[in-house]
Design a protein around this ligand. Structure first.
Ligand code: GLU
Length: 417
């Protein structure tokens, strides 16, 4: 296989990891073509009348990557980077993620190429309802189930559910990550961040290390990063640095996250939080910490900054934060990378719990959600480790290896070919 390089697009990068696993799994050419491509891609125009009367046309996508193991599942991202290639990459990652943690779903992703901070709340609502209506003919509670991602949240899901209900009749299982008052699951909002720390716990235990001895830096303080940081502190780790789009902050003895939350409430960014030292995002990545948690955009650790990384463990709470070229350098250096398809699978796992609760019209409590989440992620981690041990490979190749085997088997049993 050709050497990876940093000019790969996000979808090329994810597909590169797929091919590495498929080579080792000895998948036939036709199956490889099915799994390396996407099943269906929809691009829609999403016209919006702004509050001031101006008209604007946005573009939205829904990419269904593979549905061999069940209904398509994945979030919807509102971000300027959410173009077709990025959406394909994220859809493909959802297929491998749901397979690795053994959820009865396939993989999909959606996006609208928009900066959600540039729209008012009524504008976001109109945009969301229009997007849902434009893609409604390919979604459904047993067809394709959407969820929040970067730039979207429980409110977005409530609008989507309502827009769907007006067309097809009320069905809470049409989307996950809803507000609890509308059938959302307790624990869903924190689930991706919590899952990242649960997976880290497994690695820490295996390494015979103590949580209290370990320092953590988190890049990104949105839903995923802020919950990962909070839960890490609750669990006894020392979170020394966090950053967001406005900049980063550092306290060697550990950040007071309640003070950081108060500052974010007022200032809209972690930057400038009193009692902390300033950092930029690049400095955060190269801090001498035990654990680095990229929890923001993809492609942040590249060939050009990988040599600056000093952490022993990287937990990929974001999707595809490490490019294939940087990944090879980290692998050769023996840095333990816990891959995105496991490290951020907590969100879709609790989405699965939400979906089953909606179908049964029955609510679980927080203890049950978190215990089931830990059980699923622990099982995923153990499966991945066993695969890595027997194949003699690192965790990313093991994760793709397990997932590719499972999806290929489902495709074969269904008689795809
Ligand atoms: N957007 C999240 C992810 O990338 C969650 C998807 C879901 O819950 O369906 O995994």
């Amino acid at each position: 296989m050709a050497e990876p390089h940093d000019e790969m697009t996000p979808f090329e990068a994810v597909t590169f990891f797929f091919h590495e696993a498929a080579d080792a799994a000895d998948v036939d050419d036709a199956t490889r073509e099915i799994l390396s491509g996407t099943y269906r891609e929809v691009r829609v125009q999403v016209p919006l009348r702004r509050d001031n009367g101006e008209k604007h046309v946005f573009y939205g996508y829904r990419v269904q990557h593979n549905g061999a193991r069940g209904p398509y599942k994945g979030g919807v991202r509102y971000d300027l980077s959410a173009d077709l290639d990025e959406t394909r990459a994220l859809a493909s990652l959802m297929t491998w993620k749901t397979a690795l943690v053994d959820l009865p779903f396939g993989g999909a992703k959606g996006g609208v190429q928009v900066d959600p901070r540039s729209l008012s709340s009524p504008e976001l609502e109109r945009l969301t309802r229009r997007y849902m209506s434009q893609v409604s003919y390919i979604v459904g509670a047993h067809r394709d189930i959407m969820a929040p991602d970067m730039g979207t949240n429980a409110q977005t899901m409530a609008w989507m559910m309502d827009a769907w209900g007006q067309k097809a009749g009320h069905d809470p299982a049409i989307v996950t990550g809803k507000p609890i008052a509308l059938g959302g699951s307790v624990g869903r909002e924190a689930a991706t961040g919590r899952g990242a720390i649960m997976v880290l716990d497994e690695a820490v235990r295996d390494a015979g290390r103590e949580r209290g001895d370990l320092t953590i830096a988190v890049q990104g303080f949105g839903n995923v990063g802020s919950w990962a940081a909070r839960i890490a502190v609750e669990d006894g780790y020392r979170v020394v640095a966090v950053s967001d789009i406005g900049g980063g902050i550092y306290v060697g003895s550990g950040l007071d996250l309640e003070a950081v939350d108060r500052h974010v409430e007022e200032a809209g960014t972690v930057a400038g939080c009193p009692g902390t030292e300033p950092l930029d995002s690049g400095e955060l990545l190269s801090l001498d910490v035990d654990v680095l948690i990229p929890a923001a955009l993809g492609g942040v650790i590249t060939k050009s900054n990988v040599d600056d990384i000093r952490a022993d463990v990287i937990v990929e709470a974001a999707n595809h934060p490490v490019t294939p070229a940087a990944d090879h350098v980290l692998r050769d250096r023996g840095v333990e990378v816990i891959p995105d398809v496991l490290a951020n699978a907590g969100g879709v796992t609790v989405s699965y719990f939400e979906w089953t609760q909606n179908i049964q019209q029955f609510h679980w409590d927080a203890d049950r959600v978190n215990a089931e989440l830990r059980k699923r992620l622990r099982r995923g981690y153990r499966t991945l480790l066993d695969f890595a041990d027997s194949a003699g490979c690192d965790l990313r190749r093991a994760a793709f290896g397990v997932a590719v085997d499972r999806v290929a088997e489902a495709a074969r049993l269904r008689g795809y070919l």
